[in-house]
Design a protein around this ligand. Structure first.
Ligand code: NAD
Length: 354
């Protein structure tokens, strides 16, 4: 079976980590009955340079016409002075909105081998961490009505029950494949939108009798993530709370170079990208960690291409490469030998079962 993948390398280390990820994908899919047809598109700073805008029409059209989108990262110092509507990062917002991607799924996994990279006390993370943060992506404060006067400004947080319902289903379904525990994070003691959020979450959880749903205020959730992170399985929350908590969850796993993400909509089309940015400080040096992008490709196989088997094969190969001591600079201790971006991809390829 052939699937169309829109590949958007972007800027900085984006093309480096995407190139290595495609090598891993090619190897992982050989003899699998799945053929991936890649089409490359421009977005971000490189699109501004070549086409005059961060998200050219053909990129959005190509993404819409694909089975999945694999993205590196966009942005960089070169474009920092541009007006806000011309910034490279607008490409991400345009793709998310244009593809109707309302759920951002971010696993925060602390591998036992990398435990020393975690800033928390070892006793808090013994045995590793495995949390998934599900963030509502197209509603709430970031998209509500906003206005600015000379001496005042406001933003509004608005949710419809349908917006909450659809993200609730993503959370429950994700938890069904895990420990079946969902913590819904809100600020229902203060915010009216949170009271609606809590009501709808509870209703939807009723459709999944095996799921244990609990509710937590966002200030407490921020504290609990560093006090006792092992209590969490799946966290689901609105856009801004999710933006903040997913970064916090990412940080407690140690390296931003390790964390993948998926943005999902109503159908199977999704966009997959590492959590990190374009890292202009290390671009072009061949030292970026490609694992976040490789693990994003594994999520693509799972969520958009229906190939859990190949996703698991890649994830196991990553784990084995780490167990075997493969370390790019960002995840190495001072006395550990480091390898390049492409050597890390080769280490993963070496552990694939094909
Ligand atoms: P960043 O994630 O690019 O870099 C933060 C730090 O982490 C840097 O020191 C960098 O070298 C390091 N790092 C990041 N990814 C790494 C990897 N794979 N391997 C090794 N080290 C890695 O964040 P930033 O510096 O705040 O932003 C740089 C640019 O990226 C900005 O223009 C920003 O707007 C953009 N950005 C884009 C995205 C995206 O495309 N999704 C996300 C965040 C930031």
């Amino acid at each position: 079976m052939e699937k169309r993948i829109a590949v958007i390398p972007g800027d900085g280390i984006g093309p480096e980590v995407i190139g290595e990820t495609l090598r891993v994908l090619d190897c992982a899919t050989q003899n699998s009955g799945l053929k991936l047809a890649y089409t490359h598109y421009l977005a971000g700073g490189c699109a501004i340079d070549e086409k005059g805008c961060p998200l050219p029409d053909e990129t959005l059209a190509g993404a819409k016409n694909s089975d999945a989108v694999l993205l590196g990262a966009v942005g960089g110092w070169k474009w920092d002075a541009l007006p806000s509507d011309m910034r490279p990062e607008n490409a991400l917002l345009g793709l998310r909105a244009g593809l109707g991607l309302f759920a951002n799924v971010r696993p925060a996994l602390l591998y036992g081998e990398l435990a020393s990279a975690c800033p928390l006390k070892p006793s808090l993370t013994e045995g590793g961490l495995d949390i998934v943060v599900i963030r509502e992506l197209t509603g709430g404060l970031y998209f509500g009505k906003k206005e600015r006067g000379e001496t005042w400004a406001y933003d509004t947080m608005r949710y419809s029950d349908e917006e909450v319902r659809r993200i609730a289903h993503v959370a429950m379904k994700t938890a069904m494949g895990r420990k079946k525990q969902v913590v819904s994070v809100d600020k229902a003691n203060i915010l009216e939108s949170s009271r609606l959020w809590r009501k709808v979450m509870t209703e939807v959880a009723g459709e999944y009798p095996e799921i244990t749903l609990s509710h937590m205020y966002v200030d407490n959730a921020a504290m609990q993530l560093v006090r006792n992170p092992k209590q969490f399985d799946v966290i689901v929350t609105e856009n801004m709370f999710g933006d903040i908590l997913s970064d916090e969850a990412a940080m407690i796993t140690g390296s931003i170079g390790m964390l993948p993400s998926a943005s999902l909509g109503a159908g199977t089309l999704g966009m997959y990208e590492p959590v990190h940015g374009s890292a202009p400080d290390i671009a072009g040096q061949g030292i970026a960690n490609p694992l976040a992008t490789i693990l994003s490709a594994a999520m693509m196989l799972r969520y958009s291409l229906g190939r859990e088997d190949i996703a698991k094969n890649i994830e196991n190969a990553v784990r084995k490469a780490l167990e075997n001591g493969a370390r790019t600079k960002d995840i190495a201790l001072a006395d550990e030998k480091t390898i390049s971006t492409s050597q890390m991809a080769e280490a993963v390829i070496g552990f694939l079962e094909v």
